[in-house]
Design a protein around this ligand. Structure first.
Ligand SMILES: CC(=O)[C@@H](O)[C@H](O)COP(=O)(O)O
Ligand SMILES: NCC(=O)COP(=O)(O)O
Length: 247
């Protein structure tokens, strides 16, 4: 079975746009878990535009209470900053079940590529060792077509396939967009790695992806899911306001 980990970055982003506490990340997290989500994800950025350190700690505690997995994403090489202690320090504080390492930088609007394993292997070894000593399963963000055999040699348990290009291909109706993912997932499994997937997955493209790429262990989904939740929840909410104003 593929497990769904809901990424709450976009709830935190909306809250941060006003200051204050609404929408409440923990309340949203509870709703996701009550609805059957198998875990929660956040990808705090050093500029704190999404989830902050306090969210990470509260979500980690919630996941422990609810007996579900907490997946924390980040770049282990991004320097600490005011309000962001650095990814490894954050993992030491929060002890996520899974740490997903992503090679993004501040200039990126969102994650848009995986590691170059041949080039990055040497510098990944130390953070991977530290995270495993903290008790985290470690997953590395990977492009379809990446040299996944090198990832296995680094000593991680999983890769997360970056599905942005698949989502774009699917939206264009490009049937060939799946092939590199099927191939990379197969090679990763042969190298002893578990396979996660994420980025820009949605209700349209997720089913075909999972049907074609066997044995995906976890998908983490945030941006589209929160957007779709607006459409699904807007009518109910507007109707409640209409009742309050007496309409
Ligand atoms: C690794 C990855 O793909 C996600 O963490 C993604 O970056 C989350 O979306 P945002 O960057 O929009 O928060
Ligand atoms: N690891 C991917 C993730 O957490 C969510 O990505 P997206 O659905 O927000 O694009």
């Amino acid at each position: 079975m593929t497990r769904l980990s809901v990424n709450l970055n976009k709830v935190a982003l909306l809250r941060n746009s006003r200051g204050g506490g609404e929408p409440d990340v923990i309340r949203a997290a509870e709703v996701c878990l009550d609805a059957g989500a198998h875990g929660l994800t956040v990808h705090p950025r050093p500029d704190a535009r999404h989830a902050r350190t306090d969210d990470v700690l509260a979500l980690a505690a919630l996941c422990r209470r609810r007996g579900v997995e907490f997946n924390l994403e980040g770049n282990p090489f991004a320097p600490p900053r005011d309000g962001y202690p650095g990814f490894l320090a954050l993992c030491e504080l929060a002890r996520p079940d899974q740490a997903t390492l992503v090679p993004d930088d501040d200039a990126q609007l969102t994650s848009d590529h995986g590691f170059d394993f041949a080039r990055d292997a040497a510098r990944l070894r130390a953070p991977v060792t530290t995270l495993r000593e903290l008790g985290c399963r470690v997953s590395l963000f990977a492009d379809a077509g990446a040299d996944v055999e090198h990832a296995a040699a680094i000593g991680v348990e999983r890769i997360e396939l970056y599905t942005g290009p698949y989502a774009e291909g699917h939206a264009r109706g490009d049937a060939a967009a799946l092939a590199p993912f099927v191939d990379s997932a197969g090679r990763a499994r042969s190298a002893g790695l578990g396979v996660n997937a994420g980025h820009d997955l949605n209700q349209e493209n997720l089913g075909p992806f999972l049907a074609a790429v066997p044995a995906v262990l976890e998908v983490s989904i945030g941006h589209a899911l929160i957007g779709e939740a607006l459409y699904d929840g807007l009518a109910t909410t507007v109707a409640r306001y209409v009742r309050i104003v007496g309409g």
